[in-house]
Design a protein. Sequence first.
Length: 213
Amino acid sequence: MCFSASASFGAAITLGVIGAVSLKKTQNRSQIPFACIPLLFAAQQLTEGFVWLSFSNPTFAAFQQPGTVLFLFFAQIVWPFWVPFSIFKMETGERRKKMELVLMIMGTLVSLYLGWCLATNPVGANIDGHHISYEQAYTDGLSKLLLLPYFIAILAPPFFSRIKWMWMLGVMVVLSYVFTALFFIEYTVSVWCFFASLMSVNVLIILVRSKRV
């Protein structure tokens, strides 16, 4: 995450526990992708922990580039698809499910394009104080074009869902982004992913309280 290797590894362990409990709370297979969100965040934070170590410990220097690519893979490819996909799988109402399908298609297109960009362009990471700054040459020209569909794919699905307490997840993710944009604008990729990962506890709450099957 954005503060230190130990913080990233600590977050990864915590998220892994939340993810394991979330999976145990699932009532049917349609909830499994949603329950896996904390586990995916755990993997992402674990990856960034190794990016931190690659700068401070020569033994882990070889992890810097693959760790950077893998972290960006989660941030820019996994989440625009997985968030709407997981909520789409849980939704049962026909009308709401169609809306979630549209958002999932949008997220899939964003993920595919950013995946192509990540595979064909150089990326890097630098330590700036207590934060990691990710360098992505391809985002400069695409930021205005893809920013809106990227955020719609991630932020909109919880608000369109009729699943109990799902709106809470959307509110918390929006607030985490606003906070990041206000105070950590130069490190948005790293910092927002950390704060968004903390929302994984909401995933567990939704699975516990939701009566939908």
